[in-house]
Design a protein around this ligand. Sequence first.
Ligand code: AHR
Length: 321
Amino acid sequence: MTNNRRTLLATLLAASFAVAAPMSAFAQKKIVVGFSQIGAESEWRTANTNSMKTAAAAAGIELKFSDAQQKQENQIKALRSFIAQKVDVIALTPVVESGWDTVLKEIKDAKIPLILMDRSVDSKDTSLYATHIGFDFVKEGEMAGQWLVEKAKTMKGDINVVELQGTVGSAPAIDRKKGFEAAIKAEPRIKIIRSQTGDFTRAKGKEVMEAFLKAEGKKINVLYAHNDDMGIGAIQAIEEAGLKPAKDILVISVDGVKGAFEAMIAGKLNVTVECSPLLGPLVMSTAKDLAAGKTVPRSLIGKDGVYPMETAAKEFPSRQY
Ligand code: AHR
């Protein structure tokens, strides 16, 4: 081979690599995740949605986001639209536990891996979803109840609790109630005298607490709210009734949002049980694994913990949501 021909061959090879490199980069298709979110009922939910959107952008994933406005039928419609669009992975936070089998079977038949995020479903057939990235809500209820059992050692007489439940039929409402009731069995003086849903919202939490105060007045010693937002709404009702939250009526709630830490620093909320909404990065890395055909753990549990008011000022600066 002459020197000229060698140079020409080298030039052609270099040119073909130059073309091949951008083509292979182009060939890496962006993963598309369809995400059916419940709505925007609480500070926790807003942080959870932000975490999902930010993590998707950071992971280079296209997120098709659908807000169900608290309605299961909207979620079912969104899931069917994700199937029609042939997304790579679906993430679902089911507003309630029951009634999912038919649509989950459609997702399975379309061979789209499904991630249940935060809340779970009560389907007997667990092959309908690839994984559940969420929480042990029973344990959260137990931690709230155990805090009260401990506190009861410093209290005299009967301890009357009013309970603000989350959305009727939702996993956290069912399980946080179950866990709390199991834990307070350790102290027979603790009794739940009223229990009603506040839909996980501040406005409803306030409204229902007003009704509890009207019906039971000073008989109420403790409020147990299934989330911080309802607790914060109820604190307003307690103050408007001329009582001191966290003193005349102890206030226990769940989530660990900034609003709860502010209420604890202000001396109005006694304790919050953490349930971190920052699941986005884990959901996105799991979605990538599923899209690549990898096997993922059946269940991944998020961060929890108990934060009494005495720890609030120290913890507040490092809170991320
Ligand atoms: O499913 C998690 C719960 O839903 C959070 O505790 C609550 O704040 C939210 O709305």
